[in-house]
Write a protein that binds this ligand. Structure first.
Ligand SMILES: Nc1nc2c(ncn2[C@@H]2O[C@H](COP(=O)(O)OP(=O)(O)OP(=O)(O)O)[C@@H](O)[C@H]2O)c(=O)[nH]1
Length: 262
């Protein structure tokens, strides 16, 4: 048996995190899904989750210089670098959480915004459960470009299988009035993209932890619900491998659960 170190105290999420703006929010509910909650309680009581760490992949995309690396570094390392160093290709961090008593990890992929690195970076978009499109609130043209970034990230993924977030960075550079105006524009685009909108500052740290907790909670809950569906479906064995058949009722359940912007 291998030793898994305990999750740090500030990565324990017990209450379901709230969205930032109800006008561009993936799920309005204030608590965990009932099915997921009882599955978590059951697994935590049996210490079942401990031997099989759940992991989801989040990819962070957006124009160069919008603050993708700083956003990840603020959350994962509680650090902020004023100097711009372009990401070359991709990089990733793994953050460990404890949600509803179960361990959970989020793989956060930082991708290059520079055109010349795009083909390297896009090879890593595949298999994402979460797509985080980032723009610079102080450079409004980067907001418009998030649509194209999303199209490219979705090309490598199943559109209905991903949670999409639209994150505006550098809010510390804007006055309250400018911030309000930019947020209004961003909410419109987020609704069109079926995305949840967040406005953050990696410099001050404002909303950064809240945002990543929300990402972790939504993707964790989805992973638990998928596991429940799979375990309740009939299994067909072919050769040595096992193929799991999900029946139509389960698939309808899953479709109904998929994010839809309110
Ligand atoms: N004031 C302020 N500056 C920020 C913030 N986030 C990032 N920056 C600055 O913006 C510049 C670009 O940040 P990065 O995080 O490197 O940008 P990136 O999107 O990862 O860029 P690429 O790697 O080229 O794709 C740096 O000089 C950061 O210091 C923020 O919240 N506030």
């Amino acid at each position: 048996m291998h030793f898994i170190p305990p999750v740090s105290k500030n990565r324990i999420i017990s209450k379901f995190p709230k969205c930032y703006n109800p006008q561009a929010c993936l799920q309005m509910k204030e608590d965990w899904n009932e099915k997921a909650k009882s599955a978590c309680l059951d697994r935590a009581a049996r210490q079942h989750g401990m031997d099989r760490l759940k992991m989801s992949k989040a990819v962070v995309v957006g124009d160069l210089n919008v603050g993708k690396t700083c956003l990840i570094n603020r959350f994962c390392k509680d650090a902020f670098d004023r100097d711009y160093k372009a990401t070359i290709g991709v990089d990733f961090e793994i953050e460990r959480f404890e949600l509803s008593g179960l361990p959970y990890s989020l793989q956060i992929w930082d991708t290059a915004g520079q055109e010349k690195f795009k083909c390297i970076a896009s090879a890593y978009y595949r298999g994402a459960q979460v797509i985080i499109t980032v723009f610079d609130m102080a450079d409004i043209k980067t907001l418009e470009h998030t649509r194209q970034w999303l199209v490219e990230a979705l090309r490598e993924n199943e559109p209905n299988a991903c949670f999409i977030f639209l994150v505006g960075t550098k809010r510390d550079l804007l006055s309250a009035e400018e911030c309000q105006r930019t947020e209004r524009d961003a909410v419109k685009i987020a609704s069109e993209m079926n995305a949840e909108f967040w406005s953050v500052s990696s410099k001050t740290g404002q909303n950064v932890q809240e945002f990543f907790f929300r990402v972790a909670a939504l993707s964790f809950e989805d992973a638990i619900l998928q596991e429940i569906e799979l375990s309740s479906s009939s299994a067909v064995r072919i050769g040595d491998g096992e193929i799991l058949k999900v029946d139509a009722g389960d698939q309808q359940d899953r479709a109904a659960r998929k994010p839809s912007c309110c």
